[in-house]
Design a binder for this molecule. Structure first.
Ligand SMILES: NC(=O)c1ccc[n+]([C@@H]2O[C@H](COP(=O)([O-])OP(=O)(O)OC[C@H]3O[C@@H](n4cnc5c(N)ncnc54)[C@H](OP(=O)(O)O)[C@@H]3O)[C@@H](O)[C@H]2O)c1
Length: 280
């Protein structure tokens, strides 16, 4: 039974991986209190102690807004933390699956981004994640970098926020000029399980199929949850935020297709499943 160590095990993706892997692998589940990835010594000690075959880095500093005020904290986790794991993995020959984001792109292309497109992040969060990718690549070793987007699962996410707001308000304004792809953490976890057994190292874009705006996403959430609420489309300028976000960060799952993996299901289907079965 392969041994898999998961960092950030209590996050949305960490929990989805736990569910997907349970009973099939020897799991070493580490959240922040068990393994703080900003410490190289702690990462190396964990690898030496547990001797995992694979490490999945689901740990990250994910608060896009707060990262603008706390860049050091964001870089420490997303860049240095990723580097620490890559260094420890290379030393031991351990496979590393690292998760990155559509926010490494500036969204100005106006079409879906392939793995061959050049990143140009707009926010501290995006820059810190991009640096994490670069440091892993510079380290070498056996790594997969999986870029995903608009993730939801068991944790804080857009779907849960919309459903909470629907209980508090009759009208909700949602940005209608940013495009991306909502992605169900359970579907991403299934794909990671397939990928991690291969030796097809490199960068992968992995999202559910299709795309939408945050406004369209919100409308579908209310439709599937049977909530009667008026949704008002607004422009990015009408909802000022500290962090700049890409206008069009749809990810073409190009390498996934070229490598012969099945595409993930359409985002609407995944969302319906999540709301019916998995969204408390
Ligand atoms: N959420 C999205 O919309 C989205 C979109 C694209 C890509 N991604 C990427 O997908 C991955 C998973 O995201 P997610 O939504 O599952 O994130 P999440 O729910 O915020 O979980 C991240 C986990 O990392 C832990 N963590 C934070 N700092 C740590 C440290 N120094 N050492 C170890 N653990 C630490 C957190 O613990 P605490 O809660 O105790 O701080 C939390 O359990 C991340 O790489 C993220 O960048 C996410």
């Amino acid at each position: 039974m392969p041994k898999v160590l998961i960092t950030g095990a209590n996050g949305q993706l960490g929990r989805a991986l736990q569910r997907q892997f349970s009973g099939k692998y020897a799991l070493v589940l580490c959240d922040l209190s068990e393994l703080n990835i900003t410490s190289f010594t702690a990462c190396r000690d964990a690898v030496r102690t547990y001797r995992p075959d694979i490490i999945i880095n689901a740990a990250a500093y994910t608060n896009v807004e707060r990262a603008e005020d706390e860049p050091d904290a964001a870089y420490a986790v997303n860049a240095i933390g990723a580097h620490n794991l890559a260094l420890a993995c290379r030393e031991s020959g351990t496979k590393l699956v690292h998760i990155s984001t559509d926010y490494i792109f500036d969204g100005e292309k106006g079409a879906a981004y392939g793995e061959y497109d050049s990143p140009n992040p707009l926010s501290v969060y995006g820059k810190s994640k991009h640096l994490g990718e670069q440091l892993i690549r510079d380290t070498g070793g056996r790594y997969f970098i999986v870029r995903t987007a608009w993730l939801y699962g068991d944790g804080h996410n857009f779907v849960r926020t919309m459903l909470r707001l629907a209980n508090e308000r009759t009208e909700i304004s949602v940005v209608a000029d940013q495009h991306g792809t909502p992605t169900y953490a359970a579907d991403l976890a299934k794909f990671i399980e397939q990928l991690m057994h291969t030796k097809y190292y490199g960068i992968y874009h992995v999202t559910n199929a299709g795309s939408c705006t945050w406004y369209e996403f919100a409308c579908k959430i209310f439709e599937y949850a049977g909530k009667k609420v008026s949704v008002r489309p607004i422009k990015t300028e009408d909802y000022p935020t500290k962090a700049r976000r890409p206008r069009y960060s749809v990810l073409d799952n190009y390498m996934l297709k070229l490598r012969g993996f099945d595409a993930l299901r359409p985002w609407e289907e995944a969302l319906k499943d999540y709301i019916a079965n998995d969204c408390q």
